[in-house]
Design a protein around this ligand. Structure first.
Ligand SMILES: [Zn+2]
Length: 319
C-alpha cells in the first residue's frame, strides 16, 4: 500500500492522530510492519525558517517556547511547541545582516530569560554563558548552551483539528491527545509538539464538516474521505522532518500509534531517527471509561482507524 492511496493517507484530517492502543514501547529496526514505502517519500525536504520564538507560561505551570515557522511549500504558519529553553532553532539563531541585539531579543533569538532593560541577546548574565557563532553567522551548538542532540527527545506530531481542540468535539480524540502530549512533556521537562496547520489536509475545515455529515449518513471516516475525493498528501511529515532538523533534534522518541508516521517523519534519507515509539493510550481505556472522551462517534472512529488504517492496537474497543 502506498501514499498515493487516499484511503491510507497519513495526513487525513479526519483520520489523523488517533489514539490507538499498544501497551509497550517498541524499538524499530525494520520496515516490515509499515504500510508506507520509504523509497516513495520525497527526496527533497521543505525549507523552513523560524521567524519568531516566544516564552509562553501555561496554565499547567509549565513554560513553553512557541516557535513560528514559514516554509517554501505553503502559506501556512506551522508551529513547534517546545518544552525546554535550550532547544535552539538554526534558522532563528542565525545572525542576520545589520540586526541589533535588540532585534534578536524581539525575534526570540536569545539565551536565558528576558527581563526589563536587558541589552544583550547572546549572553545570559545569570548563568554567565554566551552563544557562539561561526564565520557564517550560524549558531555553534555546544552542550553548555544548547540541548545535546545525541539525547533522544520526546516528540509528538499533531495536525490542526479545530473541532477537536476548540469546539470540544467528541468525534475524534485530537484535543485529548494534544493535552496528553503536553502533559507528558511538561512532566519530563523536555519535548516538542510539531503543530501542523493542515486542517483537512490543506483542503480546510469546510471539507471536514462535509465529511462529518457523510459520517452521520452512515459512512466511516475512510469512506467519507473517498467520497470527498481527498488527495493523499505526505508533505505534512516532510515539514515536521524539516522543523526537527532546524531545531537540531535528529534523534527522537515519537508519541504515536501510527507506524507509518514513524517512517514518514524519518524521511527518505533518515535524517531523523525514531529510536523509540511511545504509544498514546486513550484516557477512556486507561481509566476504564471513568474519564476521557466517550461518544458513539469516537468508538467508530477508532475502530475504523484500527481496521482500515493499520494503527497499532492490542485491546478491543468497547462499542
Ligand atoms: Zn480531530
Amino acid at each position: 500500500m502506498q501514499m498515493a492511496d487516499s484511503t491510507l493517507s497519513l495526513s487525513s484530517n479526519l483520520s489523523d492522530d488517533l489514539s490507538l492502543l499498544s501497551p509497550t514501547s517498541s524499538q524499530f529496526s525494520s520496515s516490515s510492519e509499515f504500510n508506507l514505502d520509504r523509497d516513495l517519500l520525497p527526496e527533497e525536504l521543505p525549507v523552513v525558517k523560524c521567524v519568531a520564538r516566544a516564552r509562553i507560561p501555561t496554565t499547567n505551570n509549565t513554560e513553553i517556547f512557541l516557535h513560528l515557522y514559514s516554509n517554501n511549500i505553503d502559506k501556512k504558519e506551522h508551529l513547534a511547541i517546545v518544552f525546554g529553553e535550550n532547544i535552539r532553532s538554526k534558522s532563528l539563531y542565525l545572525r542576520q545582516k545589520n540586526e541589533t541585539q535588540s532585534d534578536r531579543m524581539i525575534r526570540g533569538a536569545y539565551i536565558g530569560k528576558l527581563q526589563p532593560n536587558r541589552k544583550i541577546a547572546d549572553f545570559d548574565e545569570l548563568k554567565k554563558i554566551g552563544l557562539k557563532f561561526n564565520e557564517k553567522d550560524e549558531l555553534i551548538y555546544d552542550n553548555r548552551t544548547s540541548y545535546n542532540p545525541e539525547n533522544p527527545i520526546l516528540v509528538r506530531i499533531h495536525s490542526e483539528c479545530y473541532t477537536g481542540e476548540t469546539t470540544w468535539s467528541a468525534r475524534c480524540d485530537c484535543g485529548e491527545q494534544f493535552d496528553e502530549a503536553g502533559r507528558l512533556m511538561g512532566e519530563y521537562g523536555r519535548g516538542v509538539i510539531i503543530y501542523l496547520r493542515q486542517e483537512g489536509r490543506g483542503i480546510g475545515l469546510g471539507e471536514k464538516l462535509k465529511a462529518y455529515n457523510l459520517q452521520d449518513l452512515g459512512a466511516d471516516t475512510v469512506q467519507a474521505n473517498l467520497m470527498l475525493r481527498h488527495p493523499a498528501d505526505a508533505r505534512s511529515f516532510s515539514l515536521a522532518t524539516s522543523i526537527l532538523l532546524d531545531l537540531n533534534l535528529p534523534n527522537i522518541k515519537l508519541l504515536t500509534n501510527n507506524p507509518d508516521k514513524i517512517l514518514a517523519v524519518e524521511g527518505k534519507n533518515r535524517l531523523i531517527r525514531v529510536v523509540e515509539r511511545i504509544p498514546m493510550i486513550p484516557i477512556a481505556w486507561r481509566e476504564n471509561l471513568k474519564e476521557g472522551i466517550q461518544s458513539k462517534e469516537i468508538n467508530g472512529y477508532l475502530r475504523t482507524k484500527i481496521e482500515r488504517m493499520g494503527h497499532l492496537l492490542q485491546e478491543p474497543i468497547r462499542i
